[in-house]
Design a protein around this ligand. Structure first.
Ligand code: SF4
Ligand code: SF4
Length: 429
């Protein structure tokens, strides 16, 4: 996001980006990153790796993808934690997350989408139509999933805007029928990946890919557990950033970097040091995913001297919890294990989705949160509807909860600050 010594403009031109728009976006994001992250106090040294990744997120990482493509590997862009990275890695491919977290080219997006569409979907279209996302352009295949109605219908339009689009159907219930549907979809996706890559998935390649993804998840689970300490060893903003980088970086390098920062955090916990004073109000965020560079709410919370200790979110623990069993002697058996693991994701598109409330309560206990901030994007029916019931049930269990609806604009920052400040006062009392 910041200016770098290497000139990547020729690469961005070859990808068909709109250079004027792209330069404007990078300059805005560079400033936002500096103001949001680099002004924090007592940051762990290990965050310098993630600062570097973000400074090169449209540069070096994209070059790596282009080099991999030149060597015959395929790049697959996705929008949902239900798309199994294991099946992409098993064919030698690379998976990247495409969810976008900033308003861009909204006027253009609103020519193709109703105005009352959530910011995440609008932003996805804005990044494509504005020609500012090198990951979309570098993708050989873009996978959409039939989750919420907004995404499902928007993908019908997106399919006509990208090189190759693939739709994956998704269950809506945690039933035997739902599980059978997901298994059928994963088997079809396996065939698609084999066709795209010209590589047949074997027991060995799938087991190895599953182990790589398990290790990545283990590392972020370790990071999550360390955040139970008081004083908090890492800010919520930095932890969210790590969870966002999860979707872009090389998985093995990412795992090593997360484990390195965890070693450092373990030492600061044993020394009794942290990023905030002991007794700082602790908040769990739960709800819609926060794709980079959507840092507005965490920055507001932590700017008010509270600390975020966990994210019940797909960019966070909902997406990364659980591991996949690698013990099977057939590819089909390994895919069964994948289905078992992915069926545990408590997305609000499932009905009923009672396990999500249990998971939120578990996280409150484990990370010693004083309250839950239920985060919903405007017009996101699944999370906004579910949030109402969850708020009531948390309060009934003695867990303070605050429900907010917002978008990617800065227009409501004042109002959000007032409400969050009052909530922090309440949980501090
Ligand atoms: S919230 Fe649901 S639709 Fe969105 S990424 Fe998570 S699982 Fe997928
Ligand atoms: S935020 Fe809500 S409406 Fe938007 S894509 Fe996700 S589930 Fe769908």
């Amino acid at each position: 996001m910041s200016e770098t010594a290497v000139d990547y403009h020729p690469m961005w031109t070859s990808l068909g980006l709109n250079l004027e728009n792209h330069d404007a976006l990078l300059s805005i994001l560079g400033r936002l990153y500096g103001d949001t992250f680099m002004t924090q106090k007592n940051r762990p040294e290990g965050m310098s790796y993630f600062d570097f990744v973000m400074s090169e997120v449209h540069g070096l990482r994209v070059k790596e993808l282009m080099d991999a493509k030149a060597a015959g590997k395929k790049v697959v862009g996705t929008y949902c934690t239900f798309v199994p990275e294991e099946l992409v890695l098993a064919t030698g491919g690379i998976m990247v997350g495409l969810c976008a977290g900033a308003d861009f080219a909204t006027d253009e997006a609103e020519k193709l989408l109703p105005r009352n569409t959530c910011a995440l979907i609008k932003s996805t279209f804005g990044f494509k139509l504005g020609g500012v996302c090198p990951y979309i352009e570098a993708s050989d295949l873009i996978v959409g999933e039939n989750t919420c109605d907004g995404k499902k219908k928007a993908y019908e339009t997106l399919a006509g805007l990208v090189n190759e689009f693939y739709a994956m159907d998704m269950p809506q219930t945690k039933s035997p029928q739902g599980r059978a549907l997901l298994k059928a979809e994963y088997l079809t996706f396996k065939e698609k990946m084999e066709l795209l890559s010209g590589t047949v998935i074997t027991v060995e390649s799938l087991r190895k890919a599953t182990a790589v993804v398990n290790n990545k998840r283990r590392a972020v689970q370790r990071l999550a557990r360390l955040r139970a300490a008081d004083p908090a060893p890492v800010s919520g903003l930095d932890a969210l950033l790590i969870n966002q980088v999860f979707f872009y970086d090389d998985p093995e390098r990412f795992t090593g970097s997360v484990n390195a920062i965890c070693d450092e955090l373990e030492k600061s916990i044993s020394d009794g040091t942290g990023v905030t004073p002991t007794g700082t109000p602790r908040i769990l965020i739960s709800g819609c995913p926060m794709a980079a560079p959507n840092w507005k709410v965490p920055a507001t919370v932590e700017g008010l001297n509270a600390v975020i200790v966990g994210e019940e979110s797909c960019i966070g623990e909902r997406g990364s919890r659980g591991l996949t069993n690698t013990e099977a002697i057939t590819v089909d058996g390994l895919i069964d294990h994948l289905v078992d693991r992915y069926m545990e994701i408590d997305c609000a598109i499932f009905t009923p989705n009672g396990d999500r409330l249990d998971h939120i309560k578990e996280m409150v206990n484990e990370y010693r949160a004083d309250g839950v901030l239920l985060y919903g994007l405007n017009f996101c029916t699944p999370y906004l509807m579910e949030g109402l019931g969850i708020e009531k049930q948390l309060e009934a269990s003695g867990i303070p909860a605050l429900r907010i609806e917002t978008d990617y604009s800065q227009e409501d920052t004042g109002q959000l600050t007032t409400r969050i400040e009052a909530f922090i006062e309440r949980i501090s009392g």
